[in-house]
Design a protein around this ligand. Sequence first.
Ligand SMILES: *[C@@H]1O[C@H](CO)[C@@H](O)[C@H](O)[C@H]1NC(C)=O
Ligand SMILES: *[C@@H]1O[C@H](CO)[C@@H](O)[C@H](O)[C@H]1NC(C)=O
Ligand SMILES: *[C@@H]1O[C@H](CO)[C@@H](O)[C@H](O)[C@H]1NC(C)=O
Ligand SMILES: *[C@@H]1O[C@H](CO)[C@@H](O)[C@H](O)[C@H]1NC(C)=O
Ligand SMILES: *[C@@H]1O[C@H](CO)[C@@H](O)[C@H](O)[C@H]1NC(C)=O
Length: 431
Amino acid sequence: MLFSRMTQERTVYPEEQESFLGPPSTTPAKLATRKALLVTLGVIVLIAAITAAITVPLFLLYGGTPDNRPSYTFDDMFNQKFSYKGFSARWISDEDYLYRDEDGAVLTKNVRTNMTTVLMDNTTFTEYDAFDYRVSPDMQYVLLSYNYRKVFRHSFTANCLIYDVQGSVVTAWIPYDDVQYAAWAPVGHKLVFVYKNNLYLKTDFSGNDSQPITTDGMEGVIFNGVPDWVYEEEVFSTDHTIWWSSDGNLLAFAKFNDTQVPIMSFSHYGETQYPRIMDIHYPKAGRTNPTVSLHMVDTTNPAFPTQEVPAPAGFSEIYLYIVSWASNSQLYTNWIPRPQNTSIVNICDVTQTPISCTMIDYQESTTGWIGVFGPSFPMFIEGGSKYLIIQPHEEGSGAGKFRHLCLRTITQGAEATREWLTTGQLKSPVS
Ligand SMILES: *[C@@H]1O[C@H](CO)[C@@H](O)[C@H](O)[C@H]1NC(C)=O
Ligand SMILES: *[C@@H]1O[C@H](CO)[C@@H](O)[C@H](O)[C@H]1NC(C)=O
Ligand SMILES: *[C@@H]1O[C@H](CO)[C@@H](O)[C@H](O)[C@H]1NC(C)=O
Ligand SMILES: *[C@@H]1O[C@H](CO)[C@@H](O)[C@H](O)[C@H]1NC(C)=O
Ligand SMILES: *[C@@H]1O[C@H](CO)[C@@H](O)[C@H](O)[C@H]1NC(C)=O
């Protein structure tokens, strides 16, 4: 119906043109003028027709009433008013996951039955304006974090409280501002946290007390369980250097000592109008690096006996790159001497005192760094006796090495055997 109205209006115009132009003439000059006039008028008519074609339907649609719809403002570009809604689920078993509903309550959902159970309503979340929650593996407690304050790329500090699921109450706090890290052990409800570069363990939630695991932490200088700037940014890309054995008994953690690392001062442009001067231990080329050591603590013993996990001997400067539990008694450690063109992997038997390690893999690069950004991560299978890893494979006939999947089997006191699961020349060789 709209369309027919439009065509009708368009056909009205030519008739009006005729009357405006007057009677036809016969001289060539007059003919040319008339032609030009006709073309000009044709263009005008076309523009008018297009304008009508647009305005008429708009008028009919909105009836000329004012448009009361909210407009998209400059601030809306940044305030996420029109952004999509995310959904975040955390698996807690093969069939159940944790999520927060629209009201902000924490629920568990079983994917087989669709049954949901409210673990915690939104009251405490709202009261403290919490930004994160972590449910203990035994589902008895929820760790809530609030007062987020960013530090570097991955690190931040926060305040933390513990909510008792059974009693639906806040039962304890970590009574410090600026907690650097807090997380549950993989089983039960053991909480480990880092404050002022020291590690603490909390197992009793009837009050605020906790037990220190380390005491030598010093802000900006000695770091326990959290990386210094170099390791956070350049090696681990995380805010913590803590690795629990899967039974939740043993805890491996890295300690960094930045005493000898020169200090760099720079302006930090934060929330305030004037920048703040920040000092960080920052090793430029050829200057002293932070030193790293790896330690293991038995959290089942209240005295927290701690042992050092030895680094490969004979290197004045070495980086710790990867720590992973192969089993509850064996720790996989990957170290890289400072030139970063060799990589050493040890398997350490943590049941021995002192802890003893054997080298199971040694890699060399003749063209540059080990790996792409570092060595690959192992994926342990069969109780820790074998692992899958991506490593360079020599393709022969001068083709070079290519990254392939390898199954490695740990044998007592020797290099882990290799079984290449993929081979072949890929796009480009690696070092
Ligand atoms: C909290 O949940 C209730 C429903 O249980 C809801 O009415 C309320 O809006 C929620 N509060 C916030 C701040 O989301
Ligand atoms: C669970 O919910 C999904 C999606 O609504 C539905 O397709 C499925 O049939 C439900 N399963 C059961 C057991 O009710
Ligand atoms: C526990 O810590 C919180 C937060 O710092 C504090 O408000 C509360 O009084 C403390 N409780 C006890 C029993 O000390
Ligand atoms: C850190 O290293 C310095 C020497 O650079 C040493 O004197 C100090 O004892 C070390 N601190 C710790 C806690 O290891
Ligand atoms: C690794 O780099 C260092 C320093 O450049 C060099 O001395 C050494 O020979 C290199 N090792 C290998 C295996 O290329």
